[in-house]
Write a protein that binds this ligand. Structure first.
Ligand code: PRP
Ligand code: URA
Length: 209
């Protein structure tokens, strides 16, 4: 079974509270989502391998650590996942970015992929799938499935807020995918929204309704 990590750093919790606030406008919402994504990227990359190189300081030659040539990729789930990409790239600018778009067929309720473009060497990369909301888990489970169909072998899922229901769905579908969140909320409401949550992440990011 995969693990769930909750990033409880005070800065993340503080910013998430203002993201949740319905009085936070689009501009500030977008900025805060980017900032939290950056802070979460700092935490999620803790296990990156290091290697020693030789540097010359003004004083002497010394062996010091740099990140070993790990190939990373960020895959936002459209549309709201886009809001997390720049924050992550601030810290890992060499990561490649894939995109995956899904909608739910209104009759079958099955997720239908409408867009997918992943890095060509996807099987060699450590991928972070990003989406602010993990609600029923249907979107994330399907997106991860589509990534695996294209050869992805190493995937982490990073979300701002998860519902317990969504965590269970992803863990059952993808026991190899660890989940990283800033908060696990109480439950879903009758409309599939996370409570207390933050509302509709895509609409709040892009100012649509
Ligand atoms: C939201 C969110 C997730 C999905 C979560 O996207 O960004 O992708 O819902 O719900 P689930 O866990 O029940 O699948 P939405 O479908 O609203 O699309 P959008 O990002 O284009 O607004
Ligand atoms: N999608 C959202 O944007 N918010 C939720 O609470 C659930 C799904």
């Amino acid at each position: 079974m995969s693990k769930v990590y909750v990033f409880d750093h005070p800065l993340i919790q503080h910013k998430l509270t203002y993201i949740r606030d319905k009085n936070t406008g689009t501009k500030q919402f977008r900025e805060l989502v980017e900032e939290v994504a950056m802070l979460m990227a700092y935490e999620i990359t803790r296990d990156l391998p290091l290697e020693e190189i030789t540097v010359e300081t003004p004083i002497m030659e010394a062996k010091m650590n740099v990140i070993a040539g790990k190939k990373l990729g960020v895959v936002p789930i459209l549309r709201a996942g886009l809001g997390m990409v720049d924050g992550i790239l601030n810290l890992i600018p060499n990561a490649k970015v894939g995109h995956i778009g899904l909608y739910r067929d209104p009759e079958t309720l099955q997720p239908v992929e409408y867009y997918c473009k992943l890095p060509t060497d996807v099987e060699e990369r450590d991928l972070i799938a990003v989406d602010p909301m993990l609600a029923t888990g249907g979107s994330a489970a399907a997106a991860i499935g589509f990534m695996k169909q294209r050869g992805a072998k190493s995937i982490k899922l990073m979300c701002l807020i998860a519902a317990p229901e969504g965590i269970k769905v992803v863990q059952e579908a993808h026991p190899d995918v660890d989940i990283y969140v800033a908060a696990v909320d109480e439950c879903l409401n009758d409309h599939g929204y996370i409570t207390p949550g933050l509302g509709d992440a895509g609409d709040r990011l892009f100012g649509t309704k």
